[in-house]
Design a protein around this ligand. Sequence first.
Ligand SMILES: [Zn+2]
Length: 469
Amino acid sequence: MYRMLAFLFAVGFGIAAAAGWPAALSAGTDGAQAQVPGWLTPYRDNAQRLISAATADQFGWDRLAELTDTYGARLTGSDNLTRAIAWAVETMKKDGLERVRTEKVMAPRWVRGQESLEIIDPPHHVIPMLGLGGSVATPPEGIEADVMVVSTMDELQRRSAEAKGRIVLFDVPYTDYGETVAYRSGGARAAARHGAVGMLLRSVGPMGLRTTHTGGMAYGDDAPKIPAAAISVEDSQRIHRMVNRGRTVRVRLKMEARFEPDVESANVIGELVGRERPDEIVLVGCHFDSWDPGTGASDDAVGCVVTWEGMRLMKKLGIQPRRTVRVVLFTNEENGLRGGTAYRDAHAAEAENHILAIESDSGVFAPARLAFSGSESARRIIADIGTLLAGIDMQSIGPGGGGADIGPIAQLGRVPMMAYSGDSMKYFTIHHTPADTVERILPAEVSKAAASLAVMTYVVAEMPERLPK
Ligand SMILES: [Zn+2]
């Protein structure tokens, strides 16, 4: 299984490279060191110590496996997430992080319940499905209806008269996540406006092994709320082919999905308190919740492990930077973003004193990159710091830094943002599916991310001047 995915991932890599992201410059360690600007000389030894410590073993991967094996999927409001939060607090304390604490967040609780989808004519097939996050239930006996297949919103519009009383299947080929996910978010609402009684979605992702992809969706006030679920690419195409041959495909969809009252959750915070400027904060973060298939290893347990690892390594090596470094494991990114907004509200008074905010929420699959968003003067400094990462081929800093969870505080405090992003083809192949497990991720990919984030965080927290806004 893994070899198969590794092969598919290798194909993905080829496509991503062809899509134009510049490959990192391949400078050897000796050549690269000559290019490090002089102002970074005081940081070179510690940067090298952090890189050596992060890449010496597979501590990060082992911690990722421990977290995801033990607690599994961590949907907001689940017992798994609550217990994983308690584990994170205890484990951060054992690492020697300072001021380890939780901050309460009230968050939505959506419960999937039992669900199923059967083709009942032509002859009976049960097919894999996943209700979309936020969907309503069907009646207990399910909804039985003929399927209408469309490939675009325009086609639905054009064939509007056929939608009434049907379940609309959006068999939409994947282009990129931002574009294709619009059908997951808005498909049910659009189908309901034309009189459909249910919505099915071809799973959003570049490829699958009959995997199903869940994720958030929204209803509007202009149409009834109809149940919505994803099916695999293979089953979507199969139904589409049958319909194209003139067959009527009839299905029965059963879902118990529902919202329950908001529940108490929490952001987990750990720090290395700045030795000279404790009030100035370099924030690193991730989200600790996940969707419920798989174990949320890539989205986003690994982001939490690698941001936290940088701080564990600094502590272990006795590096206490001038400014405070703060890791936040945000709750409820996937279906509410309440962790990110609660952090902004609780820390509004110190928003301006956030120097830089870094998020890792796009996996760590090779080839990974660091990205920055901020002023040109800040970008030049970050690009200089990147030269310290030449030895692990991470020196090239691209555009587009940011993250959902750090966004609210960064916007309030006009804080420059960075992201650590893995290869998107690999990331979105398993994203929000049962295949998002630790087996997909290599120990070296985790170590490289931890090393990169540790060095970047350390220098920005240590350099005498604040990173400019
Ligand atoms: Zn995520």
